[in-house]
Design a protein around this ligand. Structure first.
Ligand code: C2E
Ligand code: MG
Ligand code: MG
Ligand code: MG
Length: 284
């Protein structure tokens, strides 16, 4: 089976098989309810420019407060939503909430770039770009403040369709980035055609780069690749000062990770930024 259809078919088969367990079905029903009635939240993780450690934006990360199970990781429920139509209302909720928050920050004088994760399934939805456009105008958010992150691997399911949607999103003025870069199988020929401005190096390479020479080489090559394509390069999962220093030496542009700041609720973002500004003023 695998030999004939390759790895991707196997994963699809495996996933949809999973959905028919009673537990997955229940979770699916509950997720639908959470989208309609509440229970979802966004946390925000800072992105820091490595050259001067200035905060250049935030990434919105979805959280689900489940009535019995407590906080559930998106790594658990996003794939479930992606295997059904639920991913569409889910992404709509995320965009609506993130743009509302972006607008609120702008009004309080703390306008900042905001990155939002979308699923490649959204790119296959013919209504998606229109929805994005009307949410931007409804919340009066400038497209230039928004970045959409799409995971590399999932783009490859229908690359041509993805390409068309990405171009339409780009035409709105929204920035596009490839998330978890290095874990998929995109060819350089495909990468060259993507209207994308940012490459995010997957956390598995970044967190290992200090101790593992081949991971360090992957990070170094990805930085060079991105820069040769005139893209910004972001390292995710930076957990210590040593890794941050190594990334500076490699000329990586932006970093994200527990070393700089954990994902936090919106209420903490403003005080976190003020605290940080004061700490930096103290040094000068
Ligand atoms: P991602 O977009 O690659 O996000 C980075 C993940 O790494 C986040 O996990 C973040 O909390 C975690 N992280 C950040 N810094 C560090 C670090 O220094 N060390 C470690 N160990 N981890 C770090 P999270 O929030 O659990 O999200 C997991 C994935 O779920 C995301 O990966 C993204 O692919 C997906 N996701 C999250 N929110 C959304 C969403 O609103 N929509 C969609 N479609 N996917 C989402
Ligand atoms: Mg992301
Ligand atoms: Mg990522
Ligand atoms: Mg990741």
């Amino acid at each position: 089976y695998q030999a004939k259809h390759g790895r991707r078919d196997y994963l699809l088969y495996h996933r949809s098989g999973d959905n028919y367990t009673p537990e997955r079905l229940a979770l699916h029903t509950q997720l639908g309810r959470a989208i309609r009635e509440g229970g979802l939240f966004l946390h925000y993780q800072p992105k820091v420019r490595l050259a001067d450690e200035q905060v250049v934006g935030f990434e919105a990360l979805l959280r689900w407060q489940h009535p019995e199970k407590g906080l559930i990781s998106p790594a658990e429920f996003i794939p479930l939503a992606e295997s059904t139509e639920l991913i569409h209302p889910l992404t709509h909720w995320v965009l609506d909430e993130a743009l509302r928050q972006s607008r609120e920050w702008s009004e309080r004088g703390l306008g900042t770039r905001l990155a939002i994760n979308i699923s490649a399934n959204n790119l296959r939805n013919p209504h998606f770009v229109g929805e994005l456009q009307s949410l931007l105008s409804q919340h009066q958010v400038a497209a230039e403040l928004i970045e959409l992150e799409v995971t590399e691997g999932t783009l490859l399911v229908d690359p041509e369709q993805a390409l068309r949607s990405l171009q339409a999103i780009r035409d709105l003025g929204v920035t596009l980035s490839i998330d978890d870069f290095g874990t998929g199988y995109s060819s350089l020929a495909y990468l060259k055609r993507l209207p994308v401005q940012v490459l995010k190096i997957d956390r598995t390479f970044v967190s290992a780069m200090i101790h593992n020479q081949s991971d360090a080489m992957i990070v170094q090559s990805t930085v060079a690749l991105g820069h040769n394509f005139a893209m910004q390069v972001v390292a995710e999962g930076v957990e210590d000062a040593e890794t941050a220093a190594a990334l500076v030496r490699l000329g990586c542009d932006i970093a994200q990770g527990y070393h700089f700041g954990r994902p936090m609720p919106a209420e903490q973002v403003i005080s976190w930024r003020l605290q940080r500004q004061m700490a930096h003023l103290d040094l000068e």
